[in-house]
Design a protein around this ligand. Structure first.
Ligand code: NAG
Ligand code: NAG
Ligand code: NAG
Ligand code: NAG
Ligand code: NAG
Ligand code: NAG
Length: 318
């Protein structure tokens, strides 16, 4: 049971047709139907609909990806079960991220996952100014995903695939696990129960990219919360960190899980390489001239609704 702001990791069925990569390790490709608010498969060129409840993310490139954010202005922690997809392009029947929302994006390709992280003004996606966000995942308190019916595809392996494990955290960061091996399962590499640790712990990397749009290769990180301890005969052992929290079960009995000592940093920060810079990303749709503001509650980009921790940052987590 996750009462904390949550992460997104998901189970979805492969719906691609011809694929460049056809053999995926167990646990990587999801086997199910799309959520009921979603189109049956990722679709480009769908109509603008800023009241859409579709929850299908595609994570393909620095200028073609989607995020989860609230349908109306409200805290992530209050809306994680019904957040909706917002995409950089018109696709998936989803809402469109207004041009100018994102001030920097880094799209990272590794041998184990793709990851997209970014900075921006997420009040335009209905996230109150100062909200610390949360973590979305395909499991959730009800076992059917945060948000319920949320799904994720990527075409990074050569054709559209629905991936089983993905995660997305504050300010924002999103990982889609595209393979696995005997050392790291997709579930471990997209582990989603460290929702208070933040992007830089869960998805370490170069975060110094605001006001830049880039596509990079990168080393594979250790799975979130994993620390190598020893290597014997070529096999590495790990210690793992579990976030501490207390709760009350449905039987009314209090419980405590996790470690009381929280590590300050991941074991290492993977370095990026071969970065290609794009001047900016844009869908070219003048939403305002169509009478549509980014935030459907009527809030404007310049009108933060609430002040939070006073950090001056907007956080997004899906
Ligand atoms: C979509 O997400 C649901 C969980 O909400 C999951 O059960 C299902 O397998 C996913 N479907 C696809 C095609 O990924
Ligand atoms: C917009 O999305 C909403 C909710 O998903 C749906 O009810 C409505 O029909 C959509 N509008 C159009 C024009 O597709
Ligand atoms: C959002 O969360 C903050 C911090 O938990 C809380 O103080 C605030 O009242 C919440 N705002 C809304 C609109 O729920
Ligand atoms: C992935 O999607 C992008 C559109 O964002 C498209 O340009 C590209 O050709 C697609 N790649 C494959 C292999 O389908
Ligand atoms: C699994 O993949 C990781 C990351 O690519 C790699 O470091 C590790 O050696 C691989 N393990 C095996 C058994 O191939
Ligand atoms: C990113 O840069 C923009 C200016 O383009 C700035 O307003 C914003 O505060 C920066 N974000 C962070 C997290 O530093």
């Amino acid at each position: 049971m996750y009462l904390l702001p949550s992460t997104l990791v998901f189970l979805a069925a492969y719906t691609g047709t011809a694929s460049a990569q056809t053999n995926f390790p167990p646990g990587v490709i999801a086997t199910g139907t799309q959520g009921v608010t979603n189109p049956p498969k990722p679709t480009m060129g769908t109509a603008i609909n800023q009241t859409s409840m579709a929850r299908l993310l595609s994570v393909n490139s620095v200028d073609d990806f989607c995020l989860f954010a609230p349908p109306t202005m409200q805290n992530i922690s209050d809306s994680e079960t019904f957040e909706v997809a917002w995409c950089t392009k018109q696709r998936n029947n989803a809402r469109l991220i207004p041009d100018g929302t994102l001030t920097g994006v880094s799209f990272i390709k590794t041998d184990a996952y793709v990851q997209v992280y970014g900075y921006g003004d997420f009040t335009r996606l209905n996230i109150p100014f100062g909200d610390f966000g949360g973590e979305l995942d395909p499991h959730g308190a009800l076992g059917d995903g945060n948000p319920i019916g949320g799904n994720v595809t990527s075409n990074i392996t050569g054709s559209d695939q629905n991936f089983a494990e993905w995660m997305d955290y504050n300010q924002f960061c999103l990982r889609v696990c595209t393979t696995a091996n005997s050392t790291y399962s997709a579930a471990a590499m997209c582990w989603h129960e460290l929702d208070e640790m933040g992007c830089q712990f869960v998805m370490p990397g170069n975060y110094n990219f605001n006001n830049t749009f880039e596509t990079c290769e990168a080393e594979v990180a250790y799975p979130p919360g994993w620390y190598p301890t020893a290597t014997v005969d070529g096999t590495t052992s790990f210690s793992t960190f579990a976030q501490f929290f207390t709760g009350v079960g449905t039987d009314g009995v209090s419980y405590t899980v996790g470690d009381t000592v929280t590590p300050s940093a991941p074991f290492m920060t993977p370095s990026s390489s071969n970065c290609q810079t794009t001047s900016t990303i844009s869908n070219g749709v003048a939403l305002e001239s169509l009478g549509i503001t980014g935030a459907s509650s009527g809030a404007t980009a310049s009108g933060p609704k609430a002040t939070g921790a006073g950090t001056g940052k907007s956080y997004q987590t899906v």
